[in-house]
Design a binder for this molecule. Structure first.
Ligand code: FAD
Length: 384
């Protein structure tokens, strides 16, 4: 007989691990299927740090979700006995009319969020590590910081298993079948076929393949993360002196970074934001080119000169982008009990626990009280 479950979660990365946890703790019989090993480095959820921030320049509509995400990160860290969120404050740097600074300010004002505005002179005085051009100012988001993505996946998986979820690793789902809404769903792997009342699809950068029949306008991109050894030593970049930041340069390019984190790979991490090249999970070039390193070194030399030291490590990671940069969280248009969760476009990680809660709501209640109107599928049909 085919093993049966209440819910199957396909893909146990950032989003799927949290979804399996939220479903299992509501008493659902959960099967989680993962192509690789737990907290692997071949998808979108690796590299030791992800920025979390509250004054959201992309759209103030994300703020209520962020407020809930903060609560859940703290709750999860407490129950795991390890902090997953490190608060450092966060600087949004650019000219006062840049999308980043103006958008963060709009979010902060419309939701009454604590924030400070620094003039160029104040910025230079408070953060001598930075070399801002004359027109550069900053908004400080005091609640910003970073999340450890590998620890998040590991802890969510541990807690999902502790709550009774059955988790299978190195077992890719090959296909799924679902009839009309309400019918059972079947998922086939090389090891067998499983049946459930609902299916959650959280395949990250494999979404264009898993959802090929919907022809969604999703683009998978290769991005590079860099860790440099500061030429001035790491003390000036410790988390109590150096916050997370996003910097909008005069040419419109964004880059962002973190304080020094103890442990491998060492050094201080920095990356370009939304500067990637199209790829597929199978075809991605994992080798980081000299020319890419040189471009990042030029950027740090110009903006954070103390970071202009030897490259300690570089790795690639994949974004799954939508044309408008907003997430996809919606029931499958033809199968009401198949729920799609593709929150990326390079900014999804900070939302992981609230996405887990939302996807669990959609499975168990058919609706969620969280505001997810931005993330529906109908906007793509309208865009075509
Ligand atoms: C370089 C980079 C920097 C980022 N920086 C930030 C940041 O600072 N702040 C922020 O909030 N967000 C950031 N993001 C975005 C964030 O990391 C992503 O939104 C998030 O990781 C997406 O998680 P996911 O679960 O959708 O994908 P993944 O974590 O990749 O999970 C998908 C999982 O599905 C599995 N899978 C796929 N197909 C199958 C199958 N057929 N069968 C079984 N398993 C399958 C995969 O193996 C994988 O484990 C960044 C992303 C990148 C790449």
């Amino acid at each position: 007989m085919r093993p049966t479950f209440d819910v199957i979660v396909l893909g146990l990365g950032g989003m799927g691990s949290a979804t399996a946890y939220h479903l299992a703790r509501r008493g659902q019989r959960v099967l989680g299927l993962e192509r690789f090993t737990p907290a692997h480095a071949r998808g979108s959820s690796h590299g030791r740090s992800r920025v979390i921030r509250l004054a959201y320049f992309e759209d103030p509509a994300y703020v209520p979700l962020l407020l809930r995400a903060y609560e859940l990160w703290l709750e999860l860290g407490r129950s795991a006995g390890e902090p997953l969120l490190t608060a450092t404050g966060g600087l949004m740097l650019g000219s006062s009319d840049s999308a980043l600074v103006a958008g963060s300010l709009r979010s902060a004002r419309s939701h009454g969020l604590a924030h400070e505005l620094y003039t160029n002179a104040e910025l230079r005085r408070r953060y001598p590590q930075l070399l801002p051009a004359a027109e550069t100012v900053a908004l400080l988001d005091p609640r910003a910081g970073f999340i450890d993505p590998e620890a998040s996946v590991r802890v969510h998986l541990q807690q999902a298993a502790a709550a009774g979820a059955e988790l299978h690793f190195s077992e890719p789902a090959l296909s799924f079948t679902a009839a009309a809404s309400g019918d059972r769903v079947r998922v086939r792997t090389e090891r067998g076929e499983y049946e459930a009342g609902a299916l959650v699809l959280t395949p990250g950068p494999w979404a264009p393949q898993v959802l090929a029949d919907l022809a969604l306008p999703l683009t998978v991109e290769r991005h590079v993360l860099y860790w440099f050894e500061p030429s001035t030593g790491v003390a000036a970049f410790s988390a109590d002196r150096f916050p997370v930041y996003i910097w909008e340069r005069a040419d419109g390019v964004h880059f962002y970074g973190f304080p020094h984190q103890p442990g491998p790979p060492g050094g201080v991490k920095v990356a370009f934001f939304h500067v990637g090249s199209p790829c597929t999970p199978e075809g991605i070039d994992r080798e980081v080119k000299e020319s890419e390193v040189a471009a990042m070194r030029r950027c740090v030399r110009e903006h954070i000169p103390g970071l202009y030291g030897p490259l300690l490590h570089a790795t690639t990671c994949m974004y799954t982008r939508t044309p408008d940069g907003h997430f996809v969280i919606a029931p499958h248009p033809r199968h009401g009990n198949v729920i799609i969760g593709s929150p990326c476009s390079g900014h999804g990680f900070k939302f992981v626990p609230v996405i887990g809660e939302i996807l669990a709501d959609l499975v168990t209640r058919g609706a969620t009280a969280h505001p997810i109107a931005l993330f529906g599928l109908s906007r793509f049909a309208a865009a075509r």
